[in-house]
Ligand binder design. Structure first.
Ligand code: ADP
Ligand code: MG
Ligand code: MG
Length: 921
């Protein structure tokens, strides 16, 4: 790595000054930047220290674990500064300074990296420490902690030693500590005497030598550099790497190292350490919330060694009362802490997570960062902060992530019940939320249970379109095979149903399921957490997170006030349309006519459709279409009615013909009879319909081209339905969408049929209808030839499922075999069927939008693929000037949020852009 001259590698903070500030997270890491902000700008009581930059970490890994040449002198100079500010000297026999060595990446990686406390404590410095503090017990307590942390972090983990039988040095030493307690009958660490601690430290050192083959270094400088190296090493520790992969944190970032003067919460009854939040991170309550321990150090609060006490009366949940609260025990320090947290919240304008220590009554701030919170709290806090005028609406929408909002949209397993039960198995979290119910193994049984008013969970190896009714009836779906885009996953997501797929520990044998060795029969209870993919045996309690959720609606109203992009729903049934309205959809972006041939009440229309498909002559076909017509019209009418006042995009039929050819003997007999043909003739006709690649076969508008009467019938059904509703005084706006178009002449061939149907209906029913005829852009050629297509289309809707399929040449139904390898190897960063491929598919879209709008400025543009509800894809649509996104009903609130976030981000960049140009002037 090239190193610039005069690069500053070390930044000082403390005593009311700091070299850096809160904006320097990339260089100083989150912890270092905020320590600088607190010490420098806010002049809060922060123990002085310095931060070694993330650049050094990058250098360290690029140069075989070596440091830049100038680092040593910079560190020494900064150590001198701390010595001056504390009046202590690192390594001094009489007046020793101890430091902590703390990791700190740009974004927090809780528990993934290491921190070492009490560095500088050695056989040489111990006497001075004892003399200064007059507390031998405290000093040996600090020493035993140092030996434990140092041997674990520096001598074992950073050295790459894999402990035998998973029993690392820390565990071994911990057991020795416990032995002492057990022998004496002590309940708490604080009861161990100075003498016992001193003896323990000596034994610790012998054990360390024995287990790790090296002496514990009793030299302050050696400890310091050992710790610094170990923190850098921990950046590429197994846990840290795995965590970054999950959280998508770049591996290039590196961590900073913070070296900071120690303050001691373990100096007796006047000392304490704690962790607090400026608001309740579990429910968003706007009260200061936290826990602390008297006479403790570092991670004791989090580690659960002793049960911590609440800091005030707002923090007593799960504790007893507030008799032992910090507010009551140390009122002065509490008051100061409370005032500081208020100031911090005003300054950072967000809920903060704060670490503090009280040394002999004196308060020190050790860390502050934006606090993690669950969905319920995130929404509550965002709403409160708008009300308090701490943030504006645009900031508020950026404070709740789509995943957090999702938490509010589904019933969940009661977290208390989950904490008390161990999951049996884990699968892929395909449909969020929770559910419990009895196991059923097939669709029919699921429907039976549903009719009997009982919750059931459909358990299958995988699902297929024939299972949809059962899937709809079931409370949740669990499959042993399939990925996040499998049939089960897609369908469940569309309905907002809890679903776990690819649960490898589930084996189905007939009517029994074996989950991780445990056998379940039909009627046995299961509970699923679809948000995390966890499967529990038995019936765990549930919480309905949405019920009468005023917060959710108020928050979404804020989103609506911010966003420009409209949000519609993909809905094929009147119930779905009504639900979509409840979720705030502003129309339907995709109504698939062929949906009426699936599921409930589909028998009769499906029969008519089969007749139409198997017709050999125009007369036969027309007869079948006539039969089909009333079903189609009433279906369309019901949905138009449910969406009255809003536009509805109705896509002409795009039926996968082969899927509709009957297979059972009974069905074949019935159809043959209706058509007046023999079984042999039936098979002849069915053979003709067989295609070797149906996905690219006789589908979509190609049907209308060969059989114009199919288009005419559909258009007539749409217009009659619309005219009748208009007569009822409802406002309806049908947008007729032609699918699978690749060339503009397909539209010029078909549009006249639609217009003729309209004229016919107008003559008969006398109602003017405000309709448009547009197309789905789902074939690359159509996108490429947009300038031509726009001349004859009133609107575009990007069908990004097929467009992705055909741009990649990936069959969506067959990606299971190879996509996992692509993702694992990093050949693809994300599943392009979940997250729009903005580079490739996005290139086609951008081109089509530009060319299309070049021809027709007001060309209405939307998206109706699965991507319409995926936040990063919604942002893309916003940026590219789309009019709307359309997504499955249950994702409408997520899309409202994502659209608002896209707008808020755009406004924020505009503002900084303006500020920059203003500065230049
Ligand atoms: P993490 O990133 O895991 O929170 P920290 O670097 O914050 O790790 O260290 C963990 C804990 O160690 C802190 O919460 C604090 O209690 C303690 N600690 C760190 N530095 C000091 C210090 N200089 N003085 C006293 N305690 C410290
Ligand atoms: Mg911390
Ligand atoms: Mg399509």
């Amino acid at each position: 790595m090239a190193v610039k001259k005069n690069t500053k590698y070390v930044y000082h903070f403390g005593a009311g000054r700091a070299d850096g500030d809160g904006s320097m997270k990339n260089t100083l890491g989150g912890k270092g930047a905020n320590l600088a902000e607190m010490a420098g700008k806010l002049k809060l009581p922060v123990p002085p220290g310095f931060t070694i930059t993330t650049d050094v970490c990058t250098y360290y890994w690029a140069n075989k674990r070596a440091y830049p040449k100038t680092l040593k002198t910079e560190v020494e100079a900064n150590l001198k500064k701390i010595e001056k500010e504390t009046g202590k000297v690192f390594g001094s026999k009489t007046n020793p300074l101890l430091v902590s060595v703390r990791s700190g990446a740009r974004s927090s990686m809780p528990g993934m990296m290491e921190t070492i406390l009490n560095v500088g404590l050695t056989l040489e410095t111990i006497p001075g420490m004892i003399q200064k503090t007059g507390d031998e017990r405290f000093v040996y307590d600090a020493y035993r902690r140092l030996i434990m942390m140092y041997s674990d972090v520096v001598m074992e983990k950073a050295a790459g030693i894999e402990p035998k039988d998973d029993k690392g040095i820390r565990k071994i030493l911990d057991e020795m500590l416990h032995e002492v307690k057990a022998k004496r009958g002590y309940k708490s660490d604080t009861e161990i005497t100075a003498k016992e601690l001193k003896e323990l430290c000596a034994k610790f050192k012998i054990t360390v030598k024995k287990v790790l083959g090296k002496e514990f270094p009793d030299n302050a400088m050696e400890q310091l550099w050992g710790s610094v190296g170990a923190v850098f090493a921990s950046w590429n520790g197994k846990r840290a790497v795995a965590y970054r992969n999950i959280e998508k944190i770049p591996h290039e970032w590196g961590t900073a190292v913070n070296v900071q003067a120690m303050v001691f919460g373990n100096m007796g009854q006047g000392s304490a350490t704690g962790v607090a939040f400026s608001r309740n991170p579990g429910n968003g309550d706007s009260h200061f919330y936290g826990e602390y321990l008297v006479n403790a150090q570092g991670e004791d609060v989090v580690a659960g060694i002793r049960t911590p006490n609440p800091i005030n009366r707002w923090s007593t949940s799960g504790h007893g009362g507030d008799n032992d609260s910090l507010e009551k025990i140390m009122p002065k320090a509490y008051k100061e802490l409370d005032a500081i947290q208020k100031r911090l919240e005003k300054h950072f304008r967000d809920m903060l997570d704060i670490e503090f220590t009280i040394e002999n009554g004196r308060l020190w701030m050790l860390q502050c960062r934006v606090g993690k919170r669950n969905g319920i709290a995130a929404v509550q806090i965002a709403l409160d902060m708008v009300k308090e005028k701490l943030i504006n609406k645009e900031e508020a929408v950026l404070r709740v992530s789509p995943a957090q909002l999702d938490e509010l949209l589904h019933p969940i397993v009661d977290p208390k019940a989950e904490a008390a039960n161990k999951p049996l198995a884990k699968g892929l979290p395909a449909g969020p939320g929770g559910a419990n119910g009895v196991i059923v193994f097939d669709s029919e049984t699921a429907i039976k249970y549903k009719e009997a008013g009982k919750n059931c969970i459909l358990v299958r190896e995988e699902t297929n379109p024939e299972d949809v009714e059962g899937m709809r009836a079931a409370q949740a779906i669990l499959t042993s095979r399939g990925g996040m885009t499998s049939h089960a996953a897609l369908v469940a997501r569309g309905w907002g149903k809890c679903c776990i797929v690819g649960c490898a520990d589930l084996k189905i044998q007939g009517k029994t399921a074996v989950i991780a060795g445990k056998t379940f029969k039909e009627g046995d209870f299961l509970t699923l957490n679809g948000t995390r993919g966890l499967v529990y045996g038995g019936q765990l309690a549930m919480l309905d997170a949405t019920e009468g959720n005023a917060n959710l609606n108020n928050f979404l109203k804020i989103c609506d006030a911010v966003r420009r992009l409209k949000v519609r729903a993909n809905a094929d049934a009147p119930e779905d349309a009504a639900k979509a309205r409840q979720f705030g959809a502003e129309g339907i972006g995709l109504f698939r006519i062929e949906h009426m041939f699936y599921g409930e009440k589909s028998e009769k229309p499906l029969f008519a459709l089969r007749k139409m498909i198997l017709s050999a002559t125009e007369a036969e076909r027309k007869a079948a279409l006539k039969e089909l017509f009333p079903f189609m019209k009433s279906d369309i009418k019901a949905t138009l009615k449910a969406m009255a006042g809003f536009p509805v995009t109705i896509r002409l039929m795009d039926p996968p013909l082969h899927e509709f050819i009957p297979h059972s003997d009974d069905a074949i007999k019935a159809i043959s009879k209706a058509l007046g043909i023999s079984a042999q003739q039936f098979h002849q006709r069915a053979d003709v319909l067989k295609e070797s690649n149906p996905m690219m076969g006789h589908r979509g508008i190609r049907l209308g081209v060969t059989y114009p009467e199919i288009t005419t019938m559909q258009a007539t059904a749409i217009f009659e339905a619309a005219a009748e509703l208009l007569k009822e005084g409802l406002k309806v706006t049908p947008e007729i969408m032609i699918p699978v178009v690749c060339v503009e002449t397909e539209i010029t061939d078909q549009k006249p049929l639609v217009d003729a149907a309209y004229k016919d209906v107008l003559a008969r029913l006398g109602k003017k209808i405000n309709y448009t005829v547009g197309t789905m852009i789902e074939i690359p050629r159509a996108a490429i030839m947009s300038a031509k297509i726009a001349e004859v289309a009133d609107f575009y809707s990007f069908g990004t499922n097929d467009l992705t399929q055909m741009t990649f040449g990936f069959s969506r139904d067959d990606i299971g075999g190879f996509l996992p390898s692509y993702l694992e190897k990093g050949i693809l960063k994300a599943d392009p069927f979940q997250q729009l491929d903005q580079a490739g598919v996005g290139f086609l879209i951008r081109h089509a939008v530009k060319e299309g709008r070049g021809v027709k400025k007001a060309l209405k543009i939307g998206i109706c693929g699965e991507h319409g509800g995926e936040p990063s894809s919604v942002e893309f649509c916003h940026r590219e000037g789309f009019d709307y996104v359309s997504c499955s009903t249950f994702r409408v609130p997520i899309a409202r949020l994502a659209a608002a976030q896209a707008q808020a981000k755009e406004n924020a960049t505009k503002k900084t852009g303006k500020a920059k140009t203003a500065k230049k002037k």
